[in-house]
Design a protein around this ligand. Sequence first.
Ligand code: G1P
Length: 290
Amino acid sequence: MNRKPVRKAIFPVGGMGTRFLPATKAMPKEMLPIIDRPLIQYAVEEAAAAGIEEFIFVTGRGKHAIEDHFDESVELNHLLSEQGKDDVLADIRGWMPKPGQVSYTRQMAPLGLGHAVWCARHLIGDEPFAVLLADDLVMSKTPCLKQMVDVYGETGGSVVAVMDVPREHTDRYGILDVNHDDGRLASVKGLVEKPAPADAPSTLSIIGRYILQPNVFRWLDRQEKGEGGEIQLTDAMASTLEDGPFHGMRFEGRRFDCGNKIGFVEATLAFALSRPEMAPAVREIIANLR
Ligand code: G1P
């Protein structure tokens, strides 16, 4: 079947990051580093590895550091090449989107994830697109969004990455109601944002990776408020269920919730242990801390 490819991705980065204050008082939370690269760079590299060609950031006040991060630093490039540090130079430039591939729009008011995505509607136009939440960091052999793009190639429609969570955590996530589940792919018949454990239709939770169709903007145009008084992406997705296939994909890999401190520390340790040049020293440090 001939499907429109997923070429564009939205990165909602307008959030205040209050959970990491005071670290995020003068710095965007998306710039917090796991080892030596900021969270947002992991998300952008993941998107690029999935074939994304246009990177759309929905920003807010005080997020200039993100724009600078995705720009050339002429002075730094010059200094590093004068010092012959070509490997470092390659590391800061190799992964960067090319000129014209990055665009920015502002959310202007913190009205929720659905609202952030809606702010990018004119940059998306009439084609499928991905959404990546940088707080959700996924360590996997095949990048999570690439796994989803491959599934989308088979199923079309919309695809969200999901994982099973303990029932007492359903009120932290968008939760799926499914009618067929083969253990990897679940076809979705309903979606609820942050239901109480007793009301949750399942424990299959959306993590911050989405492939969506532009019809989701029709509902977002109505600006209706949902859970927590915010315009919810989950509600907008639910309104598209009758328009075409909608699947939850259990991704291969491990997801870290870098939106909270424990998840952030866990991610730091896991990524350090995954780097051969660091792993032995980090193991020793951990052993000695007990
Ligand atoms: C958002 C979404 C939620 C999703 C979660 C994944 O919630 O609204 O549906 O499950 O991201 O991290 P937030 O974590 O922004 O409250």
